[in-house]
Design a protein around this ligand. Structure first.
Ligand code: S3P
Length: 444
């Protein structure tokens, strides 16, 4: 499927965004490990979340999807059973890394397989700490790293460790904390920079003690208590595409309800505010995950510098922030983007390629700093999603800013996190502005 965007176009109204993918992965995994039933009110049906659901089912937990409500029947921390075959994580890195933590603490062996894009992503970052805890993980060893498929020989109990993360990664932190549920004492992870804390908050909802002391987070193992009904806020990473579409274009006015506003995750909003964006947030909560309403009014933005320390709080929003920078007056610098190279694709390469084709002045300084000279008019043309959902959605937003027609090839990859992205975009930009077409060119 290709997406076709006729720009330039403002956005108006209320945007609808699926429930947070990151949080859903965690809630499904913890629900499976608890005794009792948990209901998630707004299951997103994104491909990645479906992988995690399939995985817990293969390990013996029951799930029922009724409309958008997902019910999970947990088996308790000792109730997972050996799967009858390999566990396919598809393209979902979060499924693989978080599940590896749980499987490291089981008394059976398992194999995690991956689609081609995930098979290219590095796993030594989880293999090392989980091996220190006593599990045995093997994969394809190449160039000093380890790649999927991963074979995991679990051990129970695991050894409790104190581990300092070499890269700021919520997935790695979460893998270790989840393994810590099966350890012989408290497990501590020390972070170089704060990363999203959804795992810690979710563990607390399931009655597990998690304490924080500066950069260190410690989990004390205990059984999990199913919390009953949970509502997951809308995904700020999905909302960010609409936020940028509105914030960077005078004449736009947009509201997004019940969106996640976790401070370890909302760096993109702070960067947009530093660029002069007119963004109002009305936050609610805790307990649990903070969320609230976002109200955005478009205006002319100015360039910004994003330092490497800020990157973990906006890692998934960087592609669309690069798009925002093309619309800002002056130069923007984005430093320390190295982790973008090991996402679903090399997102520095895919975004530089797409934005340059559209006429933006973007360049690479050293290995991982991107400089954008804002204010150059964009002109619609054909660009490639590179098999990456966030590249596809970011280039669609660039298409709204460009003069003429932008065609995003391979746009079906948005289903990984946001299956109805283009329908929702059409809902705020107009159905004559945003269309999808099948390979033969007919309207979808
Ligand atoms: C995620 C953490 C981030 C992010 C990914 C989801 C998570 O990855 O890029 O999309 O749910 O924990 P890293 O923690 O590896 O940076």
């Amino acid at each position: 499927m290709d997406a076709v965007i006729h720009g330039p176009a403002a956005v108006q109204g209320t945007a609808v965004v699926p429930a947070d993918k990151s949080i859903c992965h965690r809630l499904v995994l913890l629900s499976a490990l608890s005794e009792g039933e948990t209901t998630l009110g707004r299951w997103p049906q994104a491909e990645d979340c479906e992988r995690t659901r399939g995985l817990v089912e293969a390990l013996g937990a029951g799930t029922t999807l009724t409309g958008t409500q997902l019910r999970i029947r947990g088996v308790g921390p000792s109730g997972l059973r050996a799967p009858s075959g390999p566990l396919n994580c598809g393209a979902s890195g979060t499924t693989m890394r978080l599940a590896a933590g749980i499987l490291a603490g089981q008394s059976f062996a398992s194999v995690l397989t991956a689609a081609p894009s995930l098979a290219r992503r590095p796993m030594r970052r989880i293999v090392e700490p989980l091996a220190q805890m006593g599990a045995r993980l093997t994969g394809e060893a190449r160039g000093g790293d380890v790649y999927p498929p991963l074979r995991i020989e679990g051990r129970r109990p695991l050894r409790a460790i104190r581990y300092t993360l070499p890269v700021a990664s919520a997935q790695v932190k979460s893998a270790i904390l989840l393994a810590g549920l099966f350890a012989d004492g408290p497990t501590t992870v020390v972070e170089p920079q704060p990363t999203r804390d959804h795992t810690e908050r979710a563990l607390e909802r399931f009655g597990v003690r998690v304490t924080r002391e500066g950069p260190a987070v410690t989990l004390t193992p205990s059984p999990l208590r199913a919390p009953g009904d949970l509502t997951v806020p809308a995904d700020l990473s999905g909302a960010a595409f609409f936020v940028v579409a509105a914030a960077a274009r005078p004449g736009s006015a947009l509201t997004i309800d019940l969106v996640g506003l976790n401070p370890t995750r909302d760096g993109c909003l702070r960067v947009l505010q530093a660029m002069g964006a007119d963004l109002e947030t009305q936050a609610q909560g805790p307990p649990g995950e903070p969320f609230g309403t976002l109200v955005i009014t478009g205006r002319q933005l100015t360039g910004v510098t994003v330092a490497a320390e800020q990157v973990p709080t906006l890692i998934d929003e960087l592609p669309v922030l690069l798009v925002a920078a093309t619309q800002a007056a002056g130069r923007s610098r984005f430093e320390g983007l190295g982790e973008l190279r090991v996402k679903e694709t090399d997102r520095i390469a895919s975004m530089l390629e797409g934005l340059r084709r559209l006429g933006a002045a973007v360049s690479l300084e050293g290995p991982d700093t991107v400089v954008v000279e804002g204010g150059r008019p964009l002109a619609g043309t054909a660009v490639d999603a590179a098999g990456d959902h966030r590249t596809a959605m970011s280039l669609a937003v660039a298409g709204l800013f460009a003069q003429g027609t932008t065609r995003i090839r391979g746009a079906e990859c948005v289903a990984k996190s946001f299956p109805d992205f283009f329908e929702r975009l059409a809902g705020i930009a107009g159905s004559s502005t945003v269309k999808t077409v099948d390979k033969a060119g007919g309207l979808c």
